[in-house]
Each structure stands twice: as C-alpha cells, then as structure tokens.
Design a protein around this ligand. Structure first.
Ligand code: NAD
Ligand code: 6OD
Length: 486
C-alpha cells in the first residue's frame, strides 16, 4: 500500500495543518501516511465554518431534506465501499472481512437508520395545545444543538464516527470531528463523500491531531462549540468534562468498560463458548463491549475453560488481507506496551496463564507490528487489578462461582457499567439476571447484537447519557417552547 497524505477538512476544502505526524501501520510498523495536525487556527476556522453553515441554508433545511441527505451519504459510502475498507484496514490492521462486515457496513446502516428515526420523530410538527381550554397556543420546536464537537477513538473508527455524525446531521447540526490520531483515514474519506452527497460546506469538518495541547483540547475548549459527543477512555472523558465545564456545555460520553459474562451450568455450552470467544477476542479485544471477566458456574467451569482455550488456539494472527486471518494486531506498539504490562501484572497477581501471555513470533515481516497473543487467565482473585481495570486487549480472566446471587454480586462489583452477557437456557433466569446488571446493555445468549434504535451507553465510569434512535435525537436537539397568548 502506498503512503497517503491526510489533510484536515474545513469549510468544504482540504487544508494543511500547523505541523505533520507519521501514521504507522500496526501490522509491520511501516509509515502509511503523513497526517496534517490541526493547530488552534485550523480548529478555529473549522468551528467558525460550522457556525456559518448553521446560520446559512443548512440551518433551515427540513427534516425530510436532511433525511434525503443522510440516505445519499449512505449510498455514496456504499459506492466507495472498498475504498473505506482499504482505508480502515490500513489504519487499524484489522482483518479485511471484519472491516467489510462490521465497520463499513455499520457506517452505511448508521446513516440509513438515523434517516428513518428522524423522519419518524415528527420534529417538524411537534405541536401540543394547552389543556383546560386556555387561550394560548403552546408548542415546542426541536432546534439543533448547534456546533457539535465529535471526538472518537481508533478501535472502530468509521462505525463510531458515523454513529454520532449521522444523528447530528439528521437533527440539523454542523460538526467538527476529531478522529483518533491513530485512525485519520476514514473520517477524511467521508469528507469526500459528504461533498459528493450535497452536504453544504462547513457542515462537516475534520481536524486531525492528538488530545492534550493539540486539536482535541483546542476543540473542547473552543468557546464556539455548543456540545461535545465523545467516545474513548473514561479518564479522557473526565478531562473533557473539566475542559467544557467553564462554558457549561452538554456532553454525551461513551467510555470504557470491564465487562462481565456469566455462564450458568444450564447454558448451551457450545453456543456459550462460541459467543464468549467472540466477545473476548473480537477486534483483538479492542471493542468497548468486549468481555474481560468471565464468571462460570462451578459444574461447567472446566468445560468452559477447555472450550475457550481451544477457541483461542484456533485464532489465526496475520496480515489483514490474508483470508485465514481472524485476528489483527493491537492498534499501536504504545498500546501493546500497556497490554503487556497487564500480562506481567497478571503473573505477579498469581494468574495461571491458560494460553498466550506474550508476543507471538510471526516472522521478520511482522516483527515491527503491535502483535500480542490472545490470553486467558485462571486463578485471579476478584480484587486483582487485572480483574478490575480495563486492559482493552485480547484477554480475559475466568473465575468460578456457585450461586446466581454470587454471580450478580461479582459482575456488578466494578466502577464501570457498560455491557454484560448472560448465558443460560433458563430464560426466566436470563431476564432476571440481565435486569439486575448495572450496565447500559445486557445481552442474553448473544453479544454485540445491535438494533440501532436501542439506547446505547453506560453507567458509572462507562459514560453519561444514551445515544441510539430517539435517544440520539434528544442529545442532538434542544427543544424551544413557544407559548402564544391568543
Ligand atoms: P482515548 O480516550 O485515548 O482517545 C479518544 C479520542 O480522544 C482520540 O481522538 C484522542 O485523540 C482524543 N483525546 C485524548 N485526550 C483528549 C483530551 N484531553 N481532549 C480532547 N480529546 C482528547 O481513547 P482510545 O485509546 O482512542 O480508545 C480506547 C478507549 O475507548 C477504551 O477505553 C474503550 O473502552 C473506549 N471506547 C468506548 C466505547 C463506548 O461506546 N463506550 C466505544 C469505543 C471505545
Ligand atoms: O454499536 C454501536 O453503536 C457502538 N457504539 C458500539 C461501540 C463499540 C465499542 O467499541
């Protein structure tokens, strides 16, 4: 693959930045792109362009017109589907099949889903007469939130970006997007699609760079933004909250997790092990919803351990374009350092490493990449840091339990609260336990099965607010009540 030059997108045009940085391939460490880093001036120009766009015709478009724009964007992404796949794979090293089936397919679905949601919401005719025969006409209109800062991470770059940009545009906002420094490509490619789909200049802007003292901080502290929607680490969420506090701006946060799975003895073990394996190892464990804690009822503990180890053994690490590859690298060598530090910590904390635990030897071609072995631990104490802190890699701790009550208590004993999965053939228990999980999303006999109209988010350190369907419309609009004395 050739080396790309990745620019910022401001007011409908690609522009250079204050400086540049290299983007390295996580597969082999080679430079794949030069990225233009936005300085304060570029961020300011992007926010100003977004405000101007809102004050122009875009701010007066009807819901029906915006829904049509969203559908055109989805069509254009589909037309350039393989370009998006290539860009996402180049940045992340994820297997091509996954980029096709999950990342890019979901970008298309995100735009279509929010076109449907906004069309059905009746935002244009949100009219209520006052009760009691009072002589006033009272109604509310849903105004756009305004200029929305969209800050997203590197693990599912296009999926997570479009999950926010689609509803923001559906509601008539203008956005300034800051993709992760690790994955600048698809947000930039989307700029081409936006222009092509007839989105006016200034409605969709992209600024590249890092967080502190870079585009991320310049954006969240800019007085011209009206709100921040952010996906990333809990610690970053906390920093962004502090940054926007002086200006009292609303935030929507989708943050980290330390997600539990509970396997009951009455589960269909083949399906449970299959689902667990996906939930632990998908995207090399770099999905916020991934399971890192597996609680297994004692009678089936040994079977589940053996099954999951066998599944881990079947994973094939390798180049993303190879058809047999199931598992890519971590996003970067820096992230691998963090994951490796947890592998060492687990050993210090008394873990028995059931499989993995180190860096695989994939030959000289891939020696510069960010590879790590899929790893399973047993014997960790529930209080161990490796059981309490998010690793964000292909790792999980397996722990036995005896009674339902114990499993619920252990699963909920965390400062996070994003997702949980319950595996049982007793559906009454499935509902009961799922309802007792203190999380945003609880799955029963499945994992990461999504209906885009559902509320998505977390409790505790895992986030603030919910997005998805109508929940997104609530964040990306502000109601204004108009009361007319008749
Ligand atoms: P991160 O928090 O390091 O970075 C996310 C984004 O924030 C990047 O674009 C980064 O440049 C920017 N950023 C960093 N510091 C900033 C600052 N001070 N001000 C403004 N912007 C700043 O997260 P990451 O390492 O890219 O992603 C992994 C994390 O994201 C994990 O914790 C994972 O659980 C979480 N995540 C959560 C969800 C969810 O839906 N809950 C989804 C995906 C990832
Ligand atoms: O499916 C989604 O809409 C979503 N936001 C997924 C998040 C995955 C986290 O890595």
């Amino acid at each position: 693959m050739g080396q790309a030059e990745i620019m910022n997108f401001v007011d409908g045009a690609f522009v250079t930045g204050a400086s540049t940085f290299d983007k390295l391939s996580p597969v082999d460490g080679q430079v794949t792109a030069t990225v233009h880093e936005a300085g304060r001036a570029e961020v300011d120009a992007a926010v100003t362009a977004a405000r101007r766009a809102l004050d122009g015709p875009w701010g007066r478009t009807s819901v029906a017109d915006r829904a049509r724009v969203l559908r055109r964007i989805a069509d254009r992404i589909e037309e350039r589907f393989e370009d998006f796949v290539e860009a996402e794979v180049r940045d992340t090293g994820k297997p091509v099949a996954q980029a096709r089936q999950l990342d890019v397919a979901r970008a298309v679905a995100n735009f279509r889903s929010f076109a449907d949601t906004v069309s059905a919401a009746g935002l244009d005719s949100y009219l209520t007469e006052l009760p009691g025969g009072r002589r006033a006409l009272n109604y509310a209109i849903a105004q756009p939130l305004g200029v929305v800062a969209v800050i997203v991470p590197w693990n599912l770059p296009l999926l997570l970006l479009t999950w926010k940009v689609a509803p923001a545009l559906a509601c008539g906002n203008a956005v300034v997007v800051k993709p992760s420094e690790e994955t600048p490509s698809t947000a930039t490619l989307l700029a081409e699609v936006m222009a092509d789909a007839g989105v006016p200049a200034g409605v969709y802007n992209v600024v590249h760079g890092f967080g502190p003292s870079s585009a991320g901080e310049f954006l969240t502290t800019h007085e011209g933004i009206d709100g921040v929607t952010f996906t990333g680490e809990s610690g970053t969420g906390s920093a962004i909250m502090r940054a926007v506090a002086p200006a009292v701006r609303p935030v929507s946060f989708e943050l980290g997790g330390k997600n539990a799975a509970i396997v009951f003895a009455d589960a269909d073990l083949d399906k449970a092990v299959d689902g667990l394996s996906r939930s632990v190892f998908a995207n090399t464990g770099q999905v916020c919803l991934c399971t890192e804690r597996v609680y297994v009822q004692r009678p089936v503990y040994d079977d589940v351990v053996a099954g999951l180890v066998a599944k881990a053994r079947q994973l094939r690490l390798g180049r993303p374009e190879h058809p047999d590859t199931t598992t890519g690298p971590l996003i970067s060598v820096a992230h691998r350092e963090k994951v490796l530090s947890y592998l060492a910590l687990a050993r210090d904390e008394g873990a028995e490493t059931l499989i993995g635990g180190g860096v695989p030897d994939l030959g000289p071609d891939l020696a510069g990449g960010a590879w790590v072995e899929p790893t399973l631990w047993a014997g960790l104490d529930h209080g161990a840091r490796t059981v309490r802190e998010e690793v964000f890699g292909p790792v999980a701790a397996l722990m036995p339990f005896d009674h339902e009550e114990d499993a619920v208590r252990l699963a909920n004993d965390t400062r996070y609260g994003l997702a949980a999965a319950v595996w049982t053939q007793n559906l009454e228990r499935g509902h009961r336990v799922a309802q007792r999980m203190r999380v945003g999303m609880a799955w029963v006999n499945t994992w990461f099965l999504r209906d885009l109209r559902s509320p998505f988010g977390g409790v505790g350190l895992s986030g603030i607010g919910r997005e998805g369907g109508q929940h997104s419309l609530h964040f990306y609009t502000q109601p204004t009540n108009v009361c007319v004395q008749l």
